[in-house]
Design a protein around this ligand. Structure first.
Ligand code: NAP
Length: 515
């Protein structure tokens, strides 16, 4: 039996016992690095013939695992199997489907330290960031499991004389899950579990930067006994198999989280009817952000500095919700910048296997180069007051960077950088701050630090973003408490971790029987 939903607690690594368990897990997983992971279609494992190597970003020479770069043929076979499996899976009882999700949550709890360790190696997360990712994956399973049952009970209809009206929520069909690497377990788990929990079948194409985490998810799916063909694991380059998956007439919906460029391409391709296609494809596209913190003059500056540091540099700024732009009011601007720079200097950086390190490396060489290009642009647009150079280590390490005195329209104040680079923009007053805050194409998260009640109320009304936080950091959304999704070019605002989310994977059928 399941009780009321509660968020999973984060492991307290200050406790000796937990520290030891994590060290043991890191040691054990290290001996397993370099393993091969084929695709799994209809429960059948393929072979690794065309390898993609997943590299540890903190130690460039270390191969975390090797997955198959699946072919277009593999994608077509996965679509066929998913279509075939849907014919039966769609009629399974909601309670039975939910049970698989609850079982998976239990398995992840049991394997918690080991899964944390895989994330440390594969995507360079610190212990705490890795554990937050796994905890969120468990939350999604627990939350959506309960939602599967709730939607299984049908929708609200009003009585009518002489008839028995009902509304059923039924699944859509074959879905394609395309997650990013930055929350390699939680986002992947949430989008995939919601889809198949709702009675659909899924093709899961993990990010090529975190495919081993995807393979670990599949181990959990298999151990929970989810029938073959319900989730089909298809590692491979998005540029190679993405279009086939998106444009196939068999595909009913696509759940994507990633960059704006890829998301918009998927939206465009999915809107065109393919030969034999009988439906309008649904697309969930959750994309990037230029997330902003407003620091008002009527606030506790130390608390604002702490919030900005945590949301700008946690996981090296590689969160869609990361604060990458601060707007500080003129009268506290200099003091705020001084305190911010001081605090950022204290950040400890290095390989994330060592829990003393708050910041590690960025995900890959492409990101490393692109972030440095932005730093060069930023140096021309504003004043570099911290960082702007590589940090020591045999991975993609970039020092925490702060660029101040920027014009609101400066490129580094407008574009998503996705790294440890913070743009600071001065504002004349609170009105000005709100105008600047709303002047990008994005609208994902943001935060306002002020003690003034009127300003808080104005921010609630006028700051146009999907996730607004007052007097706290703009990262760390909790499933259930902070439904997550952005406005404008940040995405379709499907609000993961909310009661609305499952609806995107269902369609409603109204039935009325004369009595
Ligand atoms: P990405 O490059 O867009 O990749 C995301 C996924 O799309 C990967 O699985 C990728 O596969 C796949 N892909 C690439 N090209 C494709 C194509 N032509 N067709 C279909 N799929 C394709 O993004 P990312 O670098 O992984 O993630 C970072 C971005 O995600 C940032 O912009 C961040 O803000 C955003 N994000 C948003 C949210 C949110 O909730 N709004 C949450 C997390 C991250 P390959 O790896 O094989 O290329």
């Amino acid at each position: 039996m399941y009780g009321e939903f509660k968020n999973e607690s984060i492991i307290d690594f200050k406790r000796e016992e937990n520290r030891r368990k994590m060290e043991e897990a890191l040691k054990r997983v290290k001996t397993e690095l370099g393993g091969e992971y084929p695709n799994i279609i209809g429960g059948k494992r393929g072979e690794v013939r065309n390898p993609i190597e997943s590299i540890n970003p903190s130690h460039k020479g270390e191969v975390v695992g090797i997955v198959e770069n699946s072919s277009i043929k593999d994608a077509e076979r996965a679509l066929e199997v998913a279509e075939e499996t849907f014919r039966k899976w769609r009629y399974t009882r909601a309670e039975d489907r939910a049970e698989y999700l609850f079982k998976m949550a239990d398995i992840m709890r049991r394997r918690r330290f080991e899964l944390d360790a895989w994330l440390v190696y594969e995507v360079g997360k610190s212990w705490l960031e890795a554990d937050g990712d796994i905890a969120e994956a468990i939350d999604f399973l627990e939350y959506y499991g309960r939602e599967v049952i709730r939607y299984g009970e049908g929708g609200y209809v009003t009585p009518v004389a002489g008839e028995k009206p009902e509304m059923w929520y039924i699944p859509l069909g074959v879905g394609v899950s395309i997650p990013p690497w930055n929350f390699p377990m939680s986002i992947l788990t949430g989008m995939t579990a919601a889809a198949f929990g709702a009675g659909n079948t899924v093709i899961l194409k993990p990010s090529s930067d975190s495919p081993v985490t995807g393979a670990k998810f599949m181990e959990v799916v298999e151990e929970a006994g989810v029938p073959d063909g319900v989730v089909n694991f298809l590692p491979g380059k998005g540029s190679k198999i993405g279009d086939v998956l998106v444009t196939s007439p068999k595909t009913r919906f696509i759940t994507f989280t990633g960059s704006k460029a890829v998301g918009l391409r998927i939206v465009e391709l999915a809107s065109k009817l393919s030969k034999g296609q009988k439906w309008i494809k649904r697309v969930i596209a959750e994309m990037g952000g230029k997330d902003t913190t407003i620091v008002d003059s009527e606030t506790d500056l130390d608390s604002a500095v702490n919030g900005v540091i945590a949301s700008a540099y946690g996981y090296q700024g590689q969160k869609c919700s990361a604060c990458s732009r601060v707007i500080a009011l003129g009268d506290i601007y200099d003091e705020f910048v001084d305190k911010l720079v001081q605090k950022a200097k204290e950040i400890k950086q290095g390989p994330p296997e060592d829990p003393e390190h708050y910041m590690g490396a960025v995900i890959n060489e492409r990101a490393y180069r692109s972030i440095f290009e932005y730093i060069e642009i930023g140096k021309r647009e504003g004043k570099l007051v911290l960082g702007g150079e590589p940090a020591e280590g045999d991975g993609y390490y970039i020092k925490p960077t702060i660029i101040i005195d920027l014009d609101p329209k400066a490129r580094i104040a407008q574009e998503e950088i996705f790294g440890p680079v913070l743009a600071v923009v001065p504002a004349k007053n609170f009105d000005d701050a709100l105008t600047i805050a709303n002047c990008t194409d994005y609208g994902l998260t943001g935060s306002v630090y002020t003690r003034n009640r009127e300003k808080i109320d104005r921010a609630k009304r006028e700051f146009h973003i999907g996730n607004l936080y007052i007097n706290r950091k703009c990262t760390g959304a909790l499933v259930g408490a902070h439904p997550f999704g952005g406005f404008n070019l940040s995405g379709t605002d499907t609000k993961t971790g909310s009661r609305d989310y499952l609806l995107f994977f269902l369609q409603a059928k109204a039935i009325s029987e004369k009595i």
